[in-house]
Ligand binder design. Structure first.
Ligand code: GLU
Length: 454
């Protein structure tokens, strides 16, 4: 096994080897080699998804018909939402919902509010949900929604009206057995409460199973808020045990301090890993002795949700955070943070993707050739949707589990998912990224094939 980390291309099928041929240029010392990428370093999320999908499809010899079905989303809904702003003006927001696949069950995936939202981003995120649910072994297809807006500049009233308008526009798309939304970037239990309320009013009956990530008092699940970050930590620990990395000897940096980043950091710290760097969109901090994550969370919560001004570490730049001399790096912010431009500067041995799409295909190649082990988003951040599934099951049966029970099940699910992908990676001698796609694609393709077509 170790052989592969020293010679990462050892045993890789020929066609794959060609697509990631190593080009080396000598740098400073003769021993030090700097890898450059030979694949297109696309920052378009849909293209970035397809790049990995294509490599996996080749490995499993996916037939053209199924390839065509799974390459494209099955449905893309785009709506214009005219919203009355607090100053009396009307502003029109573009909203999207993309259903990528329903081969394995009703489609599942969050809704994000961000100025970067567009059709290609939502299409990629929806496909990633299909692969993520297949890896997590939950009976769902994949979807994603989003509204192009800047929630930081909007009042609570404006956000509520926009969320309700979006729900009304999507009321025939969403359904307990059709398409089930959830939180994503800049949305949380508050927005999910508005969605369940609006949908229930429109349909004339309380329907908690229409959305997950709800507040507890509206049928939410214990453990859901922490689920994604908890799962990121579980997958890091699984990888560390395979790589014989001891938690108390490891340092970590976490990029992003929203739900996923802050909870991942909290669980890293609890596992004995020293978190020496944290950041959000306003600031990044370094502390060689380890950052007190509880203090950082308390500071953020009392400081309009941002880290700027935190006193628990020295101020560094976001680039410096990614390049810190740490063992573990968890990019938990957004897409395209590690690209071919900075992948060579990454010191971490293990990357755990809390965010969706934080590394480009160009970065993947460089990291892989540098011997970095990367736990891909569609595996590492699957804890959130796994507990979403538990929430949905609880809503449907009307029986609610304890937090201990939820966490125990979620941990078991995550560990199994990690092992499944690890086995594929070992079998084909490929990176964990491509192994995750191979595992998911085999499963979704089988379901797609057996369901047939017109
Ligand atoms: N937005 C989360 C994700 O990207 C959770 C999705 C869900 O729970 O449906 O995985």
């Amino acid at each position: 096994m170790l052989f592969r980390y020293i010679f990462p291309n050892f045993g890789v099928p020929k066609e794959i080897k060609n697509s990631m041929a190593i080009t080396t240029i000598s740098k400073k010392s003769k021993l030090k080699q700097q890898q450059i990428t030979t694949v297109k370093d696309s920052t378009n999320p849909f293209e970035a998804m397809i790049q990995r999908f294509d490599v996996a499809a080749k490995i499993i010899g996916l037939e053209h018909d199924v390839y065509e079905v799974l390459k494209n989303p099955s449905k893309l809904i785009e709506v214009s939402l005219p919203i009355k702003m607090d100053d009396g003006s009307i502003k029109v927001f573009e909203g999207y919902r993309v259903i990528h696949s329903t081969a394995l069950g009703p489609s599942k995936g969050g809704i994000r509010y961000s100025p970067a939202v567009d059709a290609d981003e939502v299409k990629a995120l929806a496909a990633w949900m299909t692969w993520k649910c297949a890896i997590a072994d939950i009976p769902y297809g994949g979807a994603k929604g989003g509204i192009n807006c800047d929630p930081r500049t909007m009042s609570v009233g404006e956000l509520e009206r926009m969320t309700r308008a979006y729900t009304a526009a999507m009321s025939d798309v969403f359904g307990v057995d059709k398409d089930i939304p959830a939180p994503d970037m800049n949305t949380g239990p508050r927005e999910m409460a508005w969605i369940v309320d609006e949908f229930s009013k429109l349909k004339g009956g309380f329907t908690p199973g229409i959305v997950t990530g709800k507040p507890l008092h509206l049928g939410g699940s214990l453990g859901r808020v922490e689920a994604t970050g908890r799962g990121v930590c579980t997958s890091a620990l699984e990888a560390m045990s395979k790589l014989k990395m001891k938690a108390d000897k490891c340092k970590a940096a976490v990029q992003g301090f929203g739900n996923v980043g802050s909870i991942s950091a909290k669980h890293f710290e609890a596992a004995g890993i020293k978190v020496v760097g944290i950041s959000d969109h306003t600031a990044a901090y370094y502390n060689a002795k380890g950052i007190d994550i509880e203090k950082a969370i308390a500071y953020r919560d009392s400081n309009k949700g941002v880290l700027k001004g935190f006193k628990g570490g020295e101020l560094i730049t976001n680039e410096e955070l990614l390049e810190l001399k740490v063992d573990i790096l968890a990019p938990c912010a957004t897409e395209n943070q590690i690209t071919a431009a900075n992948a060579n500067k990454i010191h971490a041995k293990l990357i755990v993707e809390g965010a969706n799409g934080p590394c480009t295909a160009g970065a993947d190649e460089i990291l892989h050739n540098n011997g970095v082990i990367l736990i891909p988003d569609i595996l590492a951040n699957g804890g959130g949707v796994t507990v979403s599934y538990f929430e949905w099951v609880q809503n449907r049966t009307g029986y609610y589990y304890s937090e201990e029970e939820i966490n125990k099940r979620a941990d078991r699910w995550m560990k199994q998912a990690f092992q499944n992908v690890w086995n594929v990676s070992t079998k084909y001698k490929i990176s964990m990224r491509i192994a995750a796609y191979v595992f998911a694609l085999e499963k979704v393709a089988t379901a797609t094939r057996s369901r047939g077509a017109y």
